[in-house]
Design a protein. Structure first.
Length: 272
């Protein structure tokens, strides 16, 4: 039976078998996690992983095998740095399993603090090196690597990391938003805003720390290539605008929201 047929059958059951040995099918799904068949990749492989991991059907050995595999050079870092190639699907759907594993860890607590920190480091290393920012790819479905990476950052932000680690995440978000490569048009800004809001709710940063972080969004290598400059300006405006509206409805974050509003107004008056 081919993988697609196996997964269609498995998901046709009312409930997944509790005592089933899922090791073989896990290996098959990991081997095919980046296939260009979007039905198999999105609707079957990812959905099945979600049900197996979050539903508690996998042993700790299974979970650790999944984690070790998705972080290796054939998955999260597979042909890292390539643009406009099918390798992005392997990377982007590998990083998308991190939130599933971290969500289950909050129930089962199978990961040590050092392991979570390692996941954080590898996720940041991945996002720092990912160069394929495409959203939906015709005939192949969603690549959406930045958005999937943002989901992983949001899951990490819920892991009670210390303020230093969370600042690392904030500055990683800044670097991705301030790209001259593309204008994000597939709600990537909202996914990154979700991670940032989670961090703010988990930490108490002084006003100066947040203002310094916000200032970095306007500190890039300026050039006369306005087609590139406007990409950064558009991304920053979208991201900070989304962050402002999210925080403006939160009583505890009115001060930060006002700072963001001021920064956006300054940017518009300067560049528009």
């Amino acid at each position: 039976m081919i993988l697609k047929e196996e997964l269609v059958f498995l998901n046709s059951l009312k409930e997944y078998p509790k005592d089933n040995n899922y090791e073989v099918i896990i290996k098959k799904m990991l081997l095919n996690i980046g296939v260009i068949d979007s039905e198999l990749r999105d609707n079957l492989i990812y959905t099945t992983f979600s049900k197996l991991i979050v539903g508690g059907f996998l042993t700790e050995q299974n979970l650790r095998f999944v984690l070790t595999t998705i972080l290796d050079d054939q998955h999260l870092f597979y042909k890292i740095g390539e643009k406009d190639s099918d390798s992005v699907f392997t990377r982007s759907f590998s990083v998308l399993l991190i939130p599933l594993l971290l969500t289950f860890n909050k129930k089962q607590n199978f990961l040590s603090e050092s392991e979570i920190l390692f996941i954080k480091d590898e996720t940041l290393r991945y996002l720092n090196n990912e160069k394929d920012y495409r959203g939906h790819v015709p005939e192949k479905g969603w690549a959406h690597a930045p958005a999937h990476g943002a989901d992983a950052l949001n899951a990490l932000a819920k892991c009670k990391l210390n303020s230093t680690c969370n600042l690392e995440i904030l500055y990683a978000v800044k670097k991705i938003i301030c790209t001259k490569e593309t204008v994000f048009t597939n709600l990537e800004d909202e996914r990154f805003v979700t991670a940032v809001v989670t961090i703010l709710k988990e930490n108490h940063f002084e006003r100066e720390v947040m203002e310094n972080w916000l200032d970095t969004f306007f500190d890039w290598d300026k050039s006369e290539l306005w087609d590139e400059e406007y990409k950064i300006i558009s991304n920053v405006k979208l991201f900070l605008g989304s962050l402002y509206f999210r925080l403006s409805n939160e009583q505890d974050y009115q001060e930060i929201a006002k700072i963001i509003q001021m920064k956006i107004t300054e940017m518009i008056s300067k560049y528009i």
